[in-house]
Design a protein around this ligand. Sequence first.
Ligand SMILES: Nc1nc2c(ncn2[C@@H]2O[C@H](COP(=O)(O)OP(=O)(O)OP(=O)(O)O)[C@@H](O)[C@H]2O)c(=O)[nH]1
Ligand SMILES: [Mg+2]
Length: 337
Amino acid sequence: MFSWLRRKIINFFDWVFSLGRPNSQGRPQSQSPYQNQSGSNSNSLSEPNALPSISNTIRIIGDRACGKTTYLAALIRNPNPDLYNNPIEKIVPKSGASERLENQATGILEEGNIFTPNDILGADEAALDIPNIGFSITLKDKRSRLLQLEIFCRDYSGEIFGDINVMEEQTLKSYIEDCADPDVQGLMILLDATKHRQDSVYEISIRAFIRRLLVSRVDGWKGKIAVTLTKCETLQIYSKRKELKSSKALVEKYFPKTLQSMRNNLTPDIEVEYFSLSAFGMMGPEGVKQPNVEYVKDITDPTLQYARLKNKNVWRPFGLFAPLYWLCTGDRHPNLD
Ligand SMILES: Nc1nc2c(ncn2[C@@H]2O[C@H](COP(=O)(O)OP(=O)(O)OP(=O)(O)O)[C@@H](O)[C@H]2O)c(=O)[nH]1
Ligand SMILES: [Mg+2]
């Protein structure tokens, strides 16, 4: 009841926020800045001198506590970017919800606190009630041309993945319908690298999710899927990531059953790519790098623990932008992985 009311109030303020900002409601404008839907080259923005722009509406799913909210907050905050070879020029929040996340990244992550888990949907709520998070990323594309990515998504709670086989049909339907909305062009499926022992559980969740998604539209679901491993600063995963030099091989190593189950259920026209990232990153000199993370026990329940930044001054996430670049352009950017 209270989460419903809170979301309604948040949505109202987001609407007020959007009145002051052009182009903030998240409707895709074109497939590619260089090639529109009819195949000709065009600049998708009408203002003169506007940058080529690609709009992409995505949904991010993954089990509870896999790092969805922290990912979005770190991305929008973009702390301490590398000065060398870094293609990201700027990030601008385009909705009240994304401004709140940016403030939380500053106020919560940097002050050593943690995000609270997202509220699950109440009986009278739908996924549509979850506020729209919009932000634009200006970056240099693979050929060093400036490009703007306009991203719109919602910060779901992990129930849609973790509880998919036990949740109320009405709640499940509302999430699936939201993911199957014709505006949604891409999905990020986040898998927590530190939970790889859950592979057999996630195998079942992913099968259920993909099957429901594919039958939710008569013409089938046609987006792209970025399978993304989170929390890859963990030492064992970090060194495997370096050794394998491929996020695909890394996901295959840690979640073989989940991947097999997903591939068995997808239609061949759905493109899939693989990514790995950490919202906290590493610290220290090359060769002796350590995760920039410390774990704290919950004061009310010591069986629970949270991760937080160890040193905010050297907060340097990695891999955050690569999945979005691919979802928007269909390409991998050599300086974003
Ligand atoms: N080690 C590590 N921990 C992380 C990372 N990102 C998030 N976490 C931790 O994972 C826990 C859950 O993070 P959230 O971002 O709230 O996860 P969520 O997926 O949004 O969770 P729900 O909203 O409950 O579905 C917190 O303790 C975070 O600090 C990361 O990159 N590395
Ligand atoms: Mg969350």
